[in-house]
Ligand binder design. Sequence first.
Ligand SMILES: Nc1ncnc2c1ncn2[C@@H]1O[C@H](COP(=O)(O)OP(=O)(O)OP(=O)(O)O)[C@@H](O)[C@H]1O
Length: 377
Amino acid sequence: MRLLALQVQDFRNLHQVSLVPSPHATIAVGQNGQGKTNLLEALYFLATLKPLRAGRLSELVRWGAQGARVTGRFLLKGAEREISVEVSGGVRQAMVDGKKAASLEEYFGGVSVVAFTPDDLEVVKGGPDSRRTFLDRAVFNRFPAFLKESRDYARALKNRNRLLREGPAADAAYLDAYDETLARAGARVYVRRRALMAELSPRAQATFASIGRTPEPAAYGYHPSHLGQDFSEADEPRLQDALLEALAGRRRRDLERGFTSVGPHVDDVTVTLGGRSARAYASQGQQRALVLGWKIAEIENLHVATGFLPLLMLDDVSSELDPERNAYLMSYLAGSGAQVFLTTTDASLVRGAAAADTLWVDVHAGQVTPRLVEAPA
Ligand SMILES: Nc1ncnc2c1ncn2[C@@H]1O[C@H](COP(=O)(O)OP(=O)(O)OP(=O)(O)O)[C@@H](O)[C@H]1O
């Protein structure tokens, strides 16, 4: 998979950008607050239909503009196709070759992206919410149908919670029906997450072992909470029954509190080092290596599973790493053969990922301008 051309219109502070990226590294250099992350976010949104940072889609539209649009021409399995996404009035529209996409499968058609951002550290340091978001981005990359499946779950959860807020007056027959829907959708979410973790965690552990410079082994885990037992990814029907039972068992408590207390929305990801919580015990450098181990594993896992290397995006990551780990990452990127997009305030930090075919662009006040000469060291 390769991105041949990218066009961005009225996306955050980017008024109009037209870029022919390098087949390998494209590096955006600029001072703080100029639009470097916005450029990556535009590409991320195109490739995933999910915002990288925004809470609301309307935040993506340039102030004063009617709508935002991102278009990419990709080379996939020898054929060119154009996908684009528009946001207007808080609504997103996905298109393939200029026509409304018939399905998400048609839209994505093999496009995937792995993003490295300074926020990734939240997977170790942050709360369960950030860990679930982190995990779900990886699940979605591996199984594009998960975009719809996770939405189905969120909708079912919202409906049940709305009914729970009626308290004891809530109609029991309706609740039974909502429990069924929620258990079905929840089992799907769980099974997808579990399948991803089964592929990813051994790879991430091995990558960490090679970059962590620490004798303790890392472990990345995901288990259902409040179900009393674990389930494999092949156990969907049994899991659905267990979820249904747990929902029934917690109904009284849920009615009192007005929200659903069991299901994948309260599950957590565990990251440990030598069997101890990485959040509580790992150093900053070890925490960063744990995240890096996961991300590199994700790239390799996608490559094996789909036959394609995903697009890689690194938002100002080098400034967060110590020189040795940064050098490792840069040489990994240069040797991976992947198409990479990097941002930095300091070109010298990412020089290790650059080659003769690198496209250097300057980002200033929302303008993206290719450099005619290579960036100075
Ligand atoms: N919807 C929007 N419309 C117009 N401008 C926006 C919008 N959303 C954000 N901005 C502007 O975009 C700029 C931030 O851009 P961005 O986050 O890409 O910075 P950056 O170059 O990555 O900087 P840093 O190095 O600090 O991360 C800010 O000036 C912000 O005001």
